[in-house]
Design a protein around this ligand. Structure first.
Ligand code: NA7
Length: 536
């Protein structure tokens, strides 16, 4: 189809993270006029924003980069098995340079609204600064964990020291040496922050509301010999990622927890605890995330490890989760995290015992005590999965708001489309397979590109998933989540957030079947000519 002269672009992509960057490249190859709008001053998304101390991968670096370019794979060398944030950001800037991505990107451009205009079969995208663009397609590449949330605590604006949310970290380094530092939050981010800040802070106070089950990352540098092996082995490694449940190098062990002797069980768990990466979480016994008795065995193993590592038994008990089992929330991967609590300059405040009452100009007041700080770090997480959509005024046909369409939880087709929002395609939207996210991103982008290519080739200008397709997919996603212990726990996995109004209920926000199943489903839709999508 010839470009529509009424439109500024064929496609507008919101977000210049890993999804947006790759989508730009693919749509450019189709000859489309594409614009990427990015709120930050550079590319990288998650890896641009999350500059907090200690931020790093906990998926193996080499399994986490883009796989689409042989050149790129061969010329880039990861320095550590689990690379630090700065290296990943350098990598993504390298990708942007190599493929000249920035020429189609506009930075410092936060999208405020996106409204579908039926007359033109196009999206009108408005920035916070008022700039406006009309585009046939709207691709959201906004990330599942990109809308930060601060606690709703009184006095949060009163604090006179320095205060940061971990994902809005300043670009200049923050000096903790000798300072009195508070960290609120003990999720994957809090754990990475705490173990790093504890190295230099004069005094570190950790405010923990819910302990998480953490496990050792076992990071180390990549040797020259390993580097050669990694580069020689890329095709096989990515093939493996295509075959595993969540695209990680690790995948569930085929054995059930009680199919082995107690001695074998202990030895297996010990082995997993000693191995690098997510193995203990996603490579564990096949039934431990659905069977409470199996889960209790694994949880008990990790609890014993925590008791061994933390010297003060009272502190150890506070660090052991009581209301959820191992692996049912995101497992923070750590490096001497538990040993931090043995340091004389570190103390743990359990908010279950003594809730925070308010932030004061000097620090934090709990029910029991008044604390003074130089720095407060909010490692309090995100309005996950739907939060970044909620922050944009997205309206489909007849002005219907996406937020209203999702009032009872997200409704999607393949996590890519929403009925009544024609020509809007979501990358890593709700109901897509998460797991090793870059693997899912590449698949998602290629699938969306295939649909747009088909439309271009057939001269079609409107794609809208049918209501029946959305209902069927949403039901399928719910069914896949049935019986998972993680869906009975409050966490970002279940869209629960104590800090966001209306998000104190659990929803099925992510696809929890296997990535191969997800891809098979999407492949079949494409192979049969997108019958679930009304194309015209
Ligand atoms: P998470 O995993 O959502 O963790 C947020 C942490 O902050 C968690 O410990 C929360 O406790 C705590 N929190 C949140 N609000 C408050 C208030 N109001 N008071 C006290 N404590 C609070 O976010 P992360 O950034 O660590 O990780 C997000 C994902 O990013 C991670 O899973 C990786 O995949 C990458 P709670 O558990 O809610 O009691």
């Amino acid at each position: 189809a010839a470009p529509d002269p009424r439109l500024d672009y064929d496609a507008v992509i919101i977000g210049a993270g890993m999804s947006g960057m790759y989508q730009l490249l693919r749509l450019r190859e189709l000859g489309l006029r594409v614009l990427v709008l990015e709120a930050g001053s550079g590319v990288g998304g998650t890896w641009y924003w999350n500059r907090y101390p200690g931020a790093r991968f906990d998926s193996e670096s080499y399994s986490y980069g883009y796989s689409f370019s042989r050149d790129l794979l061969q010329e880039w060398s990861w320095s550590e098995h689990f690379a630090p944030q700065a290296e990943t950001l350098r990598y993504l800037n390298h990708v942007a340079d190599k493929f000249e991505l920035r020429r189609d990107m506009r930075f410092h451009s936060r999208v405020a609204a996106a409204h579908y205009r039926e007359e033109e079969r196009a999206w009108e995208v408005t920035l916070e600064d008022g700039a406006r663009y009309r585009s046939r397609f709207l691709v959201t590449a906004v990330g599942p964990l990109s809308a930060p949330t601060l606690p709703r605590i009184e006095g949060i604006g009163d604090f006179r020291g320095q205060a940061f949310h971990t994902s809005r970290w300043p670009h200049e380094p923050v000096d903790f040496a000798g300072k009195r530092v508070a960290v609120i939050g003990t999720g994957a981010t809090g754990v990475q922050t705490i173990q790093e800040v504890a190295k230099t802070a004069g005094q570190l106070t950790i405010f923990q509301r819910t302990p998480n089950w953490c496990a050792p990352l076992h990071n180390r540098p990549i040797t020259a010999e390993e580097q050669r092996a990694i580069k020689a082995n890329y095709p096989a490694m990515f093939q493996r990622c295509q075959e595993t449940f969540s695209c990680f190098l690790h995948t569930p062990d085929p054995r059930g927890t009680f199919e082995v002797t107690p001695e074998e069980r202990e030895a297996f768990l010990e082995k997993l605890y000693g191995e690098p990466g997510f193995g203990i979480w996603v490579g564990n016994f096949r039934d431990y995330l659905v069977d409470p008795a199996a889960n209790a065995v694994v949880s008990d193993f990790v609890a014993r490890k925590i008791r061994q590592r933390v010297k003060d038994p009272a502190v150890a008990e506070k660090l052991i989760p009581k209301n959820h089992g191992f692996g049912t929330r995101r497992v923070p991967m750590e490096t001497r995290y538990y040993e931090v609590y043995n340091q004389p300059n570190v103390r743990l405040v359990d908010l279950q015992d003594t809730p925070i009452e308010r932030i004061t100009p000097q620090g934090i007041r709990t029910r029991e005590a008044e604390f003074e700080f130089d720095i407060i770090v909010y490692a309090t997480g995100f309005d996950a999965i739907t939060g970044s959509f909620d922050r944009i005024d997205i309206r489909g046909t007849e002005g219907r708001r996406l937020k209203d369409a999702w009032a009872q939880g997200p409704q999607t087709f393949l996590g890519v489309q929403v009925e009544g929002f024609p020509n809007m395609f979501m990358l890593m939207g709700p109901h897509t397979a998460l797991g090793n996210i870059p693997r899912s991103i590449e698949y998602n982008v290629d699938w969306v590109t295939g649909l747009i290519r088909t439309m271009r080739d057939r001269g079609l200008t409107r794609a809208d998933a049918t209501a029946a397709a959305v209902a069927a997919w949403t039901e399928h996603v719910k069914a896949m989540g049935a019986g998972l212990l993680s869906n009975e726990v409050n966490s970002w996995f279940t869209g629960y957030n104590s800090n966001v109004e209306g998000k104190q209920t659990r929803v099925i926000a992510r696809y929890s079947g296997s990535a191969p199943d997800y891809r098979a489903w999407c492949d079949a839709v494409a192979a049969k000519g997108y019958r679930e999508i009304a194309l015209s």
